[in-house]
Design a protein around this ligand. Structure first.
Ligand SMILES: Cc1cc2nc3c(=O)[nH]c(=O)nc-3n(C[C@H](O)[C@H](O)[C@H](O)COP(=O)(O)O)c2cc1C
Length: 221
């Protein structure tokens, strides 16, 4: 049973802390039997706002998800094919980045679309967030991703022991103190506790996806 894992990095910074955090989670799945992974970064991508035109409700066609022609055209089918979505954001004012918010809005095509309505249902979601400060809004950022999972009838993955109650959180300043070291732009790689959480989240998300797929097969749904 193949499990497709899609990581989406919502930071506008290419190769930054959020991308590394997500990649550590994805890397932990390498070599796991029948798991296929792909990571996309939204940095530099042309993604426009959902303008609530409702084209998806009335005119959506097989293979054409949205009326807007931008980089979402290649992202929609990847989301559709995924069994697990690992969505990562930097904490921006204690919630998701604007760039990621645009993507989450555009995924509305899977909530009401004429062809693709309900297609995210039962996919597993894992939220990841990186903040500068320990108490700078990691959890609220995670929750802003979790709300997306709830709204689309997805199954949010959590793990108790590494503190992954709402998703995996990490800090990019040393110890989350807010201290800036100009020589170290990737402080997240020193947050071993946070990285452990990201790996645990990825493992749990795959476990849930396997349970759901096997259950659906057994129940013929
Ligand atoms: C617009 C903006 C808002 C931010 N808001 C917060 C915040 O609310 N709390 C926090 O701890 N850090 C905040 N930060 C810092 C980033 O979350 C932090 O540096 C993160 O590691 C950036 O990830 P990146 O390296 O992937 O860009 C903010 C940064 C920017 C640019």
């Amino acid at each position: 049973m193949d499990i497709n894992v899609l990581g989406i990095c919502g930071s506008p910074v290419k190769g930054g802390n959020t991308e590394h955090f997500l990649k550590e989670a994805i890397k932990s799945l390498e070599g796991v039997e029948s798991v296929k992974t792909e990571t996309i970064t939204l940095a530099g991508k042309d993604i426009k706002d959902c303008v609530h035109c409702n084209w998806c409700l009335r005119k959506q066609e097989v293979g054409k998800f949205c009326a807007i022609e931008d980089d979402m055209v290649s992202i929609f089918p990847k989301v559709l094919d995924a069994d697990v979505l690992l969505i990562a954001t930097p904490a921006y004012v204690a919630r998701v980045s604007g760039h990621l918010a645009k993507v989450l809005d555009r995924l509305r095509v899977f909530a009401f679309g004429k062809v693709y309505e309900g297609k995210l249902k039962d996919k597993v979601g894992g939220a990841l967030a990186v903040a500068w400060m320990r108490h700078g809004g990691v959890e609220t950022s995670l929750l802003s991703i979790d709300y997306f999972f709830f709204g689309f009838e997805m199954i949010p993955a959590t793990v108790h022991h590494p503190g992954v109650l709402f998703g995996a959180g990490g800090v990019s300043s040393f110890g989350g103190t807010g201290k800036f070291d100009p020589k170290d732009k990737l402080g997240i790689l020193k947050d071993e506790w946070g990285l452990n959480g990201a790996r645990a989240l990825a493992g749990r998300a795959v476990e849930l996806a396997k349970i759901i797929k096997a259950g659906k097969k057994a129940l013929r749904i």
